[in-house]
Write a protein that binds this ligand. Structure first.
Ligand SMILES: *[C@@H]1O[C@H](CO)[C@@H](O)[C@H](O)[C@H]1NC(C)=O
Ligand SMILES: *[C@@H]1O[C@H](CO)[C@@H](O)[C@H](O)[C@H]1NC(C)=O
Length: 185
């Protein structure tokens, strides 16, 4: 009986502590112990293939009555292969899934990328990086923002430096070199 009372008291104190903390205000801050951060550099090539019977980039939307496939407002869904070297036969290291939007109304074309770069081999197998960024495709090299990640790249932040390795102006097929630098716990 006594034990039960003591236990009930403890539970009451604990629950009142919890409810006090939450009911006092709409926030709760505590000391955040900083963890050691790692810096990781990655280099790979992304194959964005619009041509052929099995393209890795497909146009899924665009403004009506527009003939230009990459005109302002065009949206592409992608599932691009990432390889170690520039050749498509080079070792596959992952894939880039997401989409890009033709975002410039001006004379110089530009994209905004919403892409998850997932790795399928090595130390970062199963981890991915989130890129949400403007991609000024006429600049070489150009810079994109890494805003987060999954797995070993949880809470990653960094930059992708992009260089156009190959571009077919006729069909839009492209191979891009991605040099990534990220900082993550
Ligand atoms: C990557 O991880 C998956 C899932 O855990 C596993 O099936 C696969 O064999 C791994 N691949 C490599 C190359 O380690
Ligand atoms: C570029 O694309 C056109 C049209 O698909 C094709 O005929 C040509 O061979 C391609 N050029 C290169 C260098 O891949």
């Amino acid at each position: 009986m006594e034990k039960t009372i003591i236990l009930s008291c403890i539970l009451l104190v604990l629950s009142s502590c919890a409810s006090t903390a939450l009911s006092k205000s709409y926030w709760k801050s505590s000391t955040y112990k900083a963890v050691k951060l790692h810096k990781t550099n990655l280099r790979f090539f992304i194959h964005d293939i619009l041509s052929g019977s099995n393209p890795s980039a497909v146009r899924i939307a665009g403004p009506p009555g527009q003939n230009n496939p990459i005109g302002f407002g065009s949206v592409y869904a992608i599932d691009d292969v990432l390889t170690e070297g520039p050749e498509i036969t080079s070792a596959v290291v992952g894939n880039a899934q997401g989409m890009y939007l033709s975002s410039s109304q001006g004379q110089i074309p530009s994209l905004v990328l919403y892409v998850d770069l997932a790795f399928t081999t090595g130390k970062f197998n199963g981890s991915s990086l989130s890129v949400f960024s403007r991609n000024p495709i006429t600049e070489n090299p150009r810079e994109m923002a890494v805003v987060g990640g999954r797995g070993r790249f949880r809470r990653a932040q960094g930059t992708v430096f992009v260089k156009t390795y190959f571009l077919n102006n006729t069909n839009g097929d492209a191979i891009l070199e991605y040099d990534v630098e990220v900082v993550h716990p």
